[in-house]
Every structure is written in C-alpha cells, then in structure tokens.
Ligand binder design. Structure first.
Ligand code: MG
Length: 385
C-alpha cells in the first residue's frame, strides 16, 4: 500500500519525457497506481512503462507509430489511443485522481481544459497551458472547483510557501532564476553562441526546449506569466531574482514583509512528488540539501537588456490579451529554428520583440481564439526566418 488511505491513481501525459520519467520514479517508490500513460513518439519506452505500470489506457500522440505500438503490445490487454483525441480521452478519464500534464508545447492546452472540464485535478508541468490559455484555464478551474497543482519548481515553491496563508496577504512573489549558462555575458559575447553551449545548463537536467528557454531566460518569462495566472497576481507583484545556485526555488513576501521561501537541492522529483502526494510529505528519491556545502547563496538583478526574451515576456503579460500567446508561439518556432541551426541565438529574442510590436491588441475569450493567435504568430515568425 502506498501513501495515504487508498492508493492514489495517476495519469501522465508525456510519460517518456524528463518530467514523466521522474514522476514514474516517484510513483514506483510510493507504489501509486498508474491509470493512463501518453507519449509523443518514444514507443520503445512507452512499451516498457506499460509493461511495468500496467495502465488501463495508453496513447501514442504520433499516429504513424500507432500500428507498431499495437503490434508490440499485442499480448497485453489494454486500450491504445492516438493523437489529440487520445490525449483528451485520458484527460477526461474518470477512473483517476490526478492527471500529470507534462507534454511540451501548445499541444498541452486542450488536454488541460478537458481535464478541468471533467473535474479532474491537474498537476501542471506544461507551461504553454497557462501562458497561452491562462485566463481560460483559471476561469474554468474556478467554475468547476478543480485544483491546479504546480509542478514547476518555482511555482511549487510559491505554492508551498503559501500553505496556511491567504493569497490576498501576498505583497509579491520572488521568482528565482538560475540565470542559465550565459549569465553575466554581454550581447556581443552572445552573438556566436552554439546550440551545444545553449544546451549545457549549469544546474538542472531537462528536455531540449526548456533547456534552450533557460539559456535565453524565456523560461523565466514564461514562468512569470504562469505565476500571474496561478496565484492571481498583477505583473508588478512579481520580482525576478537571479540566484545562481538554484537552492531557493522561489519565495513569497507577505504584507508584513515576512518572506517565506522554499529550498532544496535542484531536483524536479521534489516538486513532482509534492504535487502527486499533495498535501502529504514523505521520503523522496533525491539528495538532502546541505546549506554548509553551498556556503554562499547569491542573489542578483537580471540583465533585461541582454536577455530580451525575459523583458518581452513581462511586457507581453503587462499588455495582456493575446500577447503572451503570441510570444509563446513565436518562441516555439524560433527555438525549433535555432535547434535546426537556421537562426542565431540572439535572433530568438529579436523575433519575439518584433512580434510584440507587430501585432495589435486582441482579447482571448475562447480556445479557438488561442489557436487563431497561436497560428497567426507562428506564420508571422516563419515568414521572418
Ligand atoms: Mg522552472
């Protein structure tokens, strides 16, 4: 028997990615039950996970691989789904206690909305859900009385620092940033940055997209926008602080100027486990934090001039409406082009700033609005590349 009175049932979208694999480590340790798994295209690992965790449903997003997966698992009695339909069927499946959404990209938004609509608790690790659809998701969650539990280390830290306190007693939140591999470098020095250098993150081991986003500080920009929606803040209540050691994962300053921070070694398994077992705390498959091993913790202001992506993200959420959705879409296209070596490192930020100036203000009221502005922004970015 696992933690709690009855075995918690977990579904995972993105089970073969970095967060998904670490979540399964936590699930293995605490003997939680797995209801459903979904992967983008890694059928070999999805097959292994299926045989180990015995879910009721699985989904392979890439439908070219559907037949092969069926053949591989022909000896197993299981329903196999594919595409967005499959992700959404898992999202609305009632035989589960929590849905971990850890897919990468805009593809994560519709499954989140579907889960919330169906009344399923969501452990959210998909940034785009709140960046592009924050207003829709949070309004629906309120209406349906559904919990959205943050998985990202910073938002988990804020969420943990909020336990036992009231959201309306927040003065501001302090969102910490590692600064990435290019901290303290000038624009001039960043001109010839290679893909390999951008993929070399000092503290965290993550997927490719989020590692590049960390090197441009776009990741912090997206987290800034997510924090606004998750904790119902105004942009001027969020302060970004560069903290090179990634030990303080973020903090909340209250009205009495008391600041409560959450600390730990930089290991995603801690926030993943907190979301999956919430509100329980028990042993986690990670290292202990030794403050004396670190000795010194440092805190600095970010360089908004050099890291254009961060500046543009904050501007986008200040302007509101479709702007966060637009910059997110442009960033996805730009990062993909940088990975394919079609554009330079600095061009990622330039494209985002350009898009911010190019598009006029529009509201987002429906999922179709999100798709419309997302598509328009992608087309615009592609036309510039
Ligand atoms: Mg983070």
């Amino acid at each position: 028997m696992g933690v709690g009175d009855k075995m918690k049932r977990v579904s995972i979208l993105g089970s073969t990615g970095s967060i998904g694999k670490q979540a399964l480590e936590v699930i293995r340790l605490h003997k939680l039950s797995v209801t459903a798994l979904a992967a983008h295209s890694n059928i070999k690992l999805l097959e292994e996970q299926t045989r180990e965790f015995n879910p009721k449903l699985i989904c392979i997003y890439n439908d070219d691989l559907y037949k092969e997966l069926k053949i591989r698992l022909s000896d197993v009695n299981i329903r196999i789904l594919t595409g967005m339909e499959g992700l959404c069927e898992i999202a609305r499946f009632s035989d589960t206690d929590i849905l971990l959404n850890s897919v990468v990209g805009m593809v994560g938004l519709l499954p989140t909305l579907t889960a919330v609509e169906a009344g399923n608790t969501v452990a959210l690790a998909n940034k785009e859900t709140l960046v592009a659809g924050g207003k829709l998701v949070m309004e629906l969650a309120k209406k349906r009385n559904v919990n959205i539990l943050p998985v990202d280390s910073e938002h988990s830290a804020i969420f943990q620092a909020l336990q036992g306190n009231d959201n309306n007693e927040i003065n501001k939140v302090i969102l910490t940033a590692s600064g990435g591999p290019f901290f303290n470098m000038t624009k001039n020095q960043l001109q010839n940055v290679t893909l390999e250098q951008a993929l070399n993150h000092p503290n965290w081991s993550m997927g490719k997209k989020v590692t590049i986003d960390s090197s441009t500080l776009m990741n912090k920009g997206l987290e800034f926008i997510e924090a606004k929606w998750l904790f119902d803040l105004s942009p001027n209540q969020i302060e970004v602080v560069v903290h090179r050691q990634s030990v303080v994962h973020s903090a909340v300053e209250y009205k009495d100027y008391s600041v409560i921070a959450q600390m730990g070694v930089p290991d995603m398994k801690i926030p993943i486990q907190y979301a999956l077992l919430y509100p329980k705390r028990t042993k986690c498959p990670t290292e202990k934090l030794s403050l004396t091993d670190y000795g010194t913790l440092t805190f600095e202001k970010p360089d908004y001039e050099t890291f254009e992506c961060l500046r543009a993200s904050i501007k986008a959420i200040e302007l509101g409406g479709a702007y966060p959705c637009i910059i997110n879409a442009v960033n996805e296209v730009a990062v993909e082009s940088f990975i394919k070596k079609k554009i330079s490192f600095l061009q990622i930020g330039e494209l985002i700033t350009d898009a911010l100036n190019h598009f006029s203000f529009n509201e987002i009221n429906t999922y179709d609005d999100v798709i419309k502005f997302d598509t328009g922004a992608r087309e615009y970015a592609e036309s510039l590349i």
